[in-house]
Design a protein. Structure first.
Ligand SMILES: Cc1cc2nc3c(=O)[nH]c(=O)nc-3n(C[C@H](O)[C@H](O)[C@H](O)COP(=O)(O)OP(=O)(O)OC[C@H]3O[C@@H](n4cnc5c(N)ncnc54)[C@H](O)[C@@H]3O)c2cc1C
Ligand SMILES: Cc1cc2nc3c(=O)[nH]c(=O)nc-3n(C[C@H](O)[C@H](O)[C@H](O)COP(=O)(O)O)c2cc1C
Ligand code: FES
Lengths: 267, 306
């Protein structure tokens, strides 16, 4: 197996606090470090019983692998995530993972541009913290609707991150979308070695297009509805270009991070 | 691994350490969950539905959750039987438990051809004929509802494949017991039931079905009572063994099927939620035997009183 630490964990929820109106930061104590890589995710059981039945996937927002401490940043999107938001400190959380392929080339010395749209910043935060710790150059761009839809500056200080923010209404940072901010950076700054992105599909499509136009390798983290998360059920398939035809790949196992060039965004 | 003799069973010529089978389409080719459970913990594993030619599968979304269940419309995505024989089946011996190959086709000739290619293939302990897939245009469920068609199809497959032959039935067949008897007459060694039941979920904001395929097959605890009833009816109508499945998550669930007449049980959707399910179900079955002073689970097959 590619990851020996990929097992079940009964974690203790140390803290669950609101970060913005509908984002919650969960801090968990795992019995063993997951030794996750940025871009990997876990599957959370929502409770005992059979309704809701399936686990929900969340990216690893941060792992302190020495302390075995794990963070998830969760946006309330429906009934399942509303349950997660209502978890209370002291509760036992049943999670499986880590799953999936993370962002590639963490060791690369060239500058990386990390581009997050809304809650899509969750896995990029982990990647940014890792690059900061290892002294690898990067810029972290995050987009949101308005000032209040993104965490306060203090949120990022814990891991000495200073992302550049973009808001659509201009109430904080750059006025416009995060892809507009990305284009602005590429026009004014040096060419990065690589772009890593996570966010809504149209945003990822635009980032992949920008990367392709400038010959910058781009990696995007995709979402899909998951069931098994191990590659067995083929429920999470996403279309990709291959030799002029469409081929389905598994978001859970082949991804969730993919080469942006190969993703079939059109369908 | 120490197998408990109280759970050992021979299913239609397939020697199994226990009566638990991983259901087709829910366990890949058997290796995907190996980080949690050794595949050898299963009595047998039924691998993903295999067809004559590769199938790309349906466009997404392919799955959606429902109350205590889920709909899937995978569309039998698989690399085709040739690729299976070249690169997958040679590895199946490493599972440490028998591997059964689930097959499907769009015509009877295709079923026969796939079965013929699997005859004598290394790593393959049996074939399960899926005549009940709700997610493909031709073939699948349309074959599974007419006793005369079922009889002809199974006869053709029987002629091409000499090993243990299971036929997987849909609960949607109007006369389930007649379909079951037709399969038995045509030479099936065992029957599996049930496959998923067709369903639909509509997104009221978008005002369209959630699944790109519009409909999908319902699985999980939601279908369990339908499945137990189907096993009960069929087990009473045929003399070949029945594999019961549909919504099994625990030993208590598995026992319902065994008491209804199932010789073995299969677990699908529950693996997605709890990869350790197989281990918990086995332990629960042994606990039940001990509590009731039984020497072998066989004593419980079809033992429900009426
Ligand atoms: C690999 C991966 C990593 C993820 N990481 C995070 C994370 O770090 N933080 C976070 O907050 N969320 C993350 N998500 C998304 C999160 O898993 C979903 O928001 C959650 O499962 C929704 O569950 P729910 O029951 O609350 O909503 P549901 O009721 O299931 O759905 C809420 C709404 O979203 C729609 N929807 C649900 N799933 C999808 C989908 N795949 N595609 C399109 N529409 C969909 C539904 O139709 C509905 O309108 C991740 C998803 C994946 C696949
Ligand atoms: C994602 C998925 C894929 C499936 N693929 C197949 C298949 O290829 N062939 C088949 O005969 N049954 C297939 N099934 C049906 C299952 O094997 C099983 O009959 C059904 O899900 C009921 O059992 P369960 O409730 O334990 O999942 C599939 C089910 C699911 C959920
Ligand atoms: S969720 Fe089952 S294959 Fe990806």
């Amino acid at each position: 197996m590619e990851n020996k630490a990929q097992i079940a964990h009964r974690c203790l929820l140390l803290e669950n606090k609101a970060v913005t109106g509908d984002w919650f930061l969960l801090t968990l104590q795992a019995p063993l470090p997951l030794q996750a890589r940025p871009g990997q995710f876990v599957q959370l059981r929502l409770g005992p019983g059979t309704d809701p039945l399936l686990r929900r996937p969340f990216s690893i927002h941060h792992e302190d692998s020495i302390a075995g401490r794990l963070r998830l940043l969760v946006r309330v999107a429906g009934a399942g995530t509303a349950r997660v938001a209502a978890f209370v400190a002291g509760q036992e959380i049943d999670l499986l993972g880590p799953f999936g392929q993370g962002f590639p080339y963490p060791e690369e010395k060239a500058k990386a541009l990390l581009v997050g749209g809304g809650i899509g910043m969750a896995p990029l935060y982990f990647l940014a913290a890792q690059r900061r710790r290892e002294g690898l150059p990067f810029d972290f761009l995050i987009g949101g609707r308005s000032a209040a839809s993104l965490p306060a500056d203090a949120y990022f200080r814990e891991h000495r991150l200073e992302p550049s923010l973009a808001t659509e209404d201009g109430s904080r940072g750059f006025r416009g979308t995060v892809t507009a901010l990305l284009e602005h950076r590429l026009l004014t700054g040096p060419q990065p070695g690589r772009i890593h992105a996570c966010g809504p599909l149209p945003m990822l499509a635009r980032v992949a297009e920008i990367g392709r136009a400038r010959g910058i390798p781009t990696h995007v983290s995709l979402e899909s509805r998951l069931a098994c998360a191990v590659g067995a059920c083929l429920g999470c398939a996403f279309p990709f270009h291959r030799d002029g035809a469409v081929e389905y790949r598994r978001v859970c196992r082949d991804g969730p991070v993919f080469n942006g060039e190969e993703v079939c965004f059109e369908s | 691994m120490k197998a408990d003799p109280r759970l050992a069973v021979n299913l239609a010529g397939i020697a199994m350490r226990n009566p638990l089978i991983a259901a087709s389409g829910c366990y890949g080719y058997g290796f995907d969950y190996a980080a949690w459970v050794d595949p050898a913990e299963w009595g047998a594993i039924v691998v993903k539905g295999t067809t004559l030619r590769p199938r790309p599968g349906n466009p997404p979304p392919r799955i959606v959750e429902t109350p205590s269940g889920m709909l899937n419309a995978i569309g039998l995505q698989n690399p085709g039987v040739e690729y299976f024989l070249e690169t997958i089946s040679p590895r199946l011996n490493a599972l440490g438990c028998p591997a059964i190959v689930n097959i499907a086709g769009e015509t009877i000739a295709e079923y026969r051809a796939v079965a013929g290619l699997l005859d004598g293939a290394p790593g393959v302990s049996g074939v399960e004929v899926n005549i009940s897939c709700p997610n493909v245009q031709c073939g699948g469920i349309s074959f599974g509802c007419d006793p005369a068609v079922v009889e002809e199809l199974v006869r053709q497959v029987r002629g091409a494949y000499r090993g243990p032959l299971l036929v997987k039935l849909s609960p949607e067949a109007g006369s389930l017991t007649e379909v079951a008897r037709a399969a038995e007459r045509a030479g099936a060694d065992a029957l599996s039931l049930i496959n998923t039941i067709r369903g639909m979920v509509i997104d009221v904001e978008a005002r369209r079905p959630v699944l790109e395929n519009l409909t999908g097959g319902l699985s999980g605890p939601a279908i369990r009572p339908v499945a137990v009833r189907a096993v009960w009816e069929v087990a009473g109508a045929v003399s070949i063994p029945v594999v019961g499945l549909g919504g099994i998550t625990s030993a208590a669930d598995a026992l319902q099927f065994i008491l209804a007449g199932a010789t073995a049980v299969a677990v699908g959707t529950a693996n997605f939620v709890e990869p350790y399910a197989v281990r918990e179900i086995k332990a629960g079955l042994l606990g039940y035997l001990a509590k009731n002073g039984l020497k072998h689970y066989r004593e419980l097959i079809g033992a429900a009183k009426t």
